[in-house]
Design a protein around this ligand. Sequence first.
Ligand SMILES: Nc1ncnc2c1ncn2[C@@H]1O[C@H](COP(=O)(O)OP(=O)(O)OP(=O)(O)O)[C@@H](O)[C@H]1O
Ligand SMILES: [Mg+2]
Length: 300
Amino acid sequence: MEAVTIKDLKKIYPKTEAVKGITFSIQKGEFFGLLGPNGAGKTTTIHILTGLANKTSGDVRLFGKDVVEDYKEARALIGLVPQEFNFDQFEKVYNILYFASGYFGIPSDIRKERIEKVLKELHLWEKKDMKAITLSGGMKRKLMIARALIHQPKILILDEPTAGVDVETRKSIWKFIRKLNKSGVTILLTTHYLEEAEELCERIAIINHGEIVTLDSKKNLLSLLEGERLCLTLKEEIKLPSNLKKYNVTIQGKTMTIALDPKKDKWEQVLADINGLPIEKMETNKNKLEDIFIHLTNGK
Ligand SMILES: Nc1ncnc2c1ncn2[C@@H]1O[C@H](COP(=O)(O)OP(=O)(O)OP(=O)(O)O)[C@@H](O)[C@H]1O
Ligand SMILES: [Mg+2]
């Protein structure tokens, strides 16, 4: 069953075509990643899913519920951890959760139980009577996760959940959301930390300039540029020499990356072909999601 269904979604702002007709779906129980550079259209897509922005056209459903026609049911299915802090900084942690659960009509005694449980799970219980402004950045992120879960949504959307969070807190957030996913909650995550997507997501869509560039399992994406890469730091910027056009080459300033196809490219030949370039430094690397991301979004 599909938890999220997006068909030909467009969002046109007066000066920007933020989302240009994207189509994808997320299966129930999946851990799905939406990756893309700044301004790609990730938050816009999420805002349409959660009713914070109106679509220009297209069809968007959560467990079959139309986000516009059946907005009340759709909204109750989803929990959002937004990119920016959007709670009242001068309110107490406990009250922020108490009021949020009020929006969903949760009876008072159940509210109290749930707030205690989620705050304890996220190690925020001892901060419950503190004003949100007194929390650290990482704690504020966790507070938004707690708030997003208070109505027990079937889908949790996290928009850059670990931005500005230290390594240890990030790992504890990863552990928490992984456990949540194991318990059956469908997860949609956007992140700039590619190792985060590599660590957590089963399938990943890469979005750039409002379009889906690729959508595949993490495994397939990682094997997309199978083999090793040769990274050259050059003494000066150059145009791609004609004898290197037969390779998969990316040039960014003084950095030239040659992705080697193990079936086709022979080291001896490659080394002969780069002979004569103004090379300052040379390294070889195995592919990582980061390289695939740059390869797919570079210059497109
Ligand atoms: N309310 C708005 N009015 C006008 N343009 C907007 C609005 N919201 C977003 N945009 C534009 O739409 C485009 C996509 O923005 P969006 O916030 O969806 O990007 P993003 O992928 O979330 O980027 P980031 O990684 O920086 O968070 C950008 O060009 C942005 O300026
Ligand atoms: Mg964003």
